[in-house]
Design a protein around this ligand. Structure first.
Ligand code: 13P
Length: 251
C-alpha cells in the first residue's frame, strides 16, 4: 500500500466557462485554507481554456491544477492539441492521460498513452494514467486481465512513484451512479499494486486512485479500502460542497 497522503482529484471534463470555473476553484481553495493542515493532496483538472485563469485564481493556496490530456510531442503540426510543456507553463503539476473517454472517443491505444505519459514526465508533470474495464469485459470475467494489459502497455519506462499515479476507473461506473463494491475495488487495486511492485522499483509507493461515481455518500467506504490512495472524481467535483465532502471522508 502506498504510504502517505491521499490524492483527491477533480476531473471537470468538458464543463464550465470562465466565471463558474474560477468561482468553483476558489471555493475549493477557500475550504482548503479554512481546514488547516489535512492529510490529503487536492487537484482540479479544468478544461484547457480554464487552466490559466484557474491557476491564477488558486496560486499559493495549495490546490494543484492539472490538464485532462496532452500530446506526446513537445510542439509541431498537431492542430487542436496541447503539449505537456504548455500545460506545465500554464501552471499545471499533473495531467490525466488515457481516460476511458479518450480511449473510447478518440481511439487512444495503450502505446499512445505511454508516449503521452512519458511526455508528461519530460515536462515535469505527474501523469495520472487511467485504466479500467467495460461492462462487457467485467461480465466476461476479464476485468483483471484487461487492467493488467492496459497497465503493461500504458506505463512508460520513465514512471516512478513521484511522477506517476494510476487511476482505476471501471467504465461502467463512470457517470452512471453505479459504483464498484469495496470488494471489487479491493481486488483490482491489489492486482494493480502487485503489477506496479513487479514493474517499478518504487511500485509500492505509487498512488492508486479509484474513480467512477464517487460521491460524499460512498467516499468514506471506498477511501478505506486497502490500496485506495485517493479518488478521481467527475460529476461530484463540479460542486465545491460535494467535492469537499469527499475530501473530508478520507481516513
Ligand atoms: P464520475 O465521478 O462522474 O462517475 O466520473 C468519473 C471520472 O470519469 C473521473 O475521471
Amino acid at each position: 500500500m502506498a504510504m502517505g497522503r491521499k490524492l483527491i482529484a477533480g476531473n471537470w471534463k468538458m464543463n464550465g466557462l470562465k466565471t463558474e470555473g474560477v468561482v468553483l476553484a476558489r471555493a475549493v481553495a477557500e475550504r482548503l485554507a479554512s481546514a488547516g493542515p489535512i492529510p490529503v493532496d487536492l487537484l482540479v483538472c479544468p478544461p484547457a481554456t480554464l487552466i490559466w485563469p484557474v491557476t491564477e485564481a488558486v496560486a499559493g493556496t495549495g490546490l494543484a491544477v492539472g490538464g485532462q490530456d496532452c500530446h506526446p510531442q513537445v510542439s509541431g503540426a498537431h492542430t487542436g492539441d496541447i503539449s505537456a510543456a504548455m500545460l506545465a507553463e500554464a501552471g499545471c503539476g499533473y495531467v490525466i492521460v488515457g481516460h476511458s473517454e479518450r480511449r473510447q472517443n478518440h481511439g487512444e491505444t495503450d502505446a499512445l498513452i505511454a508516449t503521452k505519459a512519458a511526455a508528461a514526465h519530460a515536462a515535469g508533470l505527474v501523469a495520472i494514467i487511467c485504466v479500467g474495464e467495460t461492462d462487457a469485459e467485467r461480465d466476461r470475467g476479464e476485468a483483471g486481465t484487461v487492467v493488467e494489459r492496459q497497465l503493461a502497455g500504458s506505463i512508460p519506462a520513465s514512471a516512478t512513484a513521484t511522477n506517476t499515479v494510476i487511476a482505476y476507473e471501471p467504465v461502467w461506473a463512470i457517470g452512471t451512479g453505479r459504483t464498484a463494491t469495496p470488494a471489487d475495488v479491493a481486488q483490482i487495486h491489489a492486482l494493480i499494486r502487485e503489477t506496479l511492485v513487479r514493474r517499478l522499483d518504487s511500485g509500492a509507493a505509487v498512488r492508486i486512485l479509484y474513480g467512477g461515481s464517487v460521491k460524499p455518500s460512498n467516499a468514506r467506504e471506498l477511501m478505506a479500502v486497502p490500496d485506495v490512495d485517493g479518488a478521481l472524481v467527475g460529476g461530484a467535483s463540479l460542486k465545491a460542497d460535494e467535492f469537499w465532502g469527499i475530501v473530508t471522508s478520507c481516513p
